[in-house]
Design a protein around this ligand. Structure first.
Ligand code: 5GP
Length: 178
């Protein structure tokens, strides 16, 4: 195992992820058949997932980026997040799918959905790669889900710890930090 993988125990392999993303793409393509979709990639953690998912969706598609950041430990528990990058185009009257890396407490996504719903999309749904139901504080309807996981801290495939490990091609559990 090379240095950049130290302290990480593999959870989902590249091929497991790729099969799951392909299946999600197929279901989403069928669900929105005949319509145009706007994918909202929530930065930074979703950038790899959104890139792979977009290539598995057989529909006319627009991709928007939305940057969010928790204010800090205290305010993140109240679900208040700071918008660091706003959408480049309006979503009013559009079918919108939020692409999120992981739903943990659910606070970020419930805040995000509220913000986006206020902009008048024709429909608003959520696609999350991972879900940790053990830590759920706010119920979030995840319309399309990759994997359910235990209460562990995962990295890789876009997910970071202190901005590291995003480039790991698989998803692993962080077992030790340097
Ligand atoms: P929530 O508001 O649902 O608690 O938090 C969601 C955000 O917390 C995710 O978008 C992600 O940035 C971060 N997060 C939650 N759990 C994990 C995890 O296991 N690993 C990583 N890398 N980030 C996580």
């Amino acid at each position: 195992m090379s240095d950049f993988e130290a302290g990480i125990s593999p959870l989902f392999t590249e091929s497991e992820i790729s099969n799951r993303v392909e299946a999600l793409g197929r279901v989403i393509s069928e669900a929105y058949a005949g319509q145009e979709l706007v994918l909202i990639c929530v930065l930074k953690g979703s950038f790899i997932f959104a890139a792979d998912l977009a290539r598995r969706i057989r529909l006319p598609l627009r991709i928007e980026f939305f940057g969010v950041q928790s204010y800090g430990a205290q305010t993140s528990s109240s679900g208040v997040v700071q918008i660091t990058l706003d959408l480049a185009h309006p979503i009013e009257g559009r079918h919108v799918l939020i692409v999120e890396d992981i739903v943990d407490t659910g606070l970020t996504l419930s805040y995000l959905s509220e913000q986006l719903r206020a902009r008048g999309p024709k429909s608003l749904k959520i696609c999350a790669l991972l879900h940790k139901p053990a830590r759920m504080q706010r119920a979030v309807d995840i319309d399309y889900l990759g994997f359910t996981i235990d209460d562990v801290f995962v990295v890789g495939y876009g997910l970071d710890h202190a901005e590291r490990h995003r480039n790991l091609p698989y998803i692993g559990v962080l077992t030790a930090t340097p």
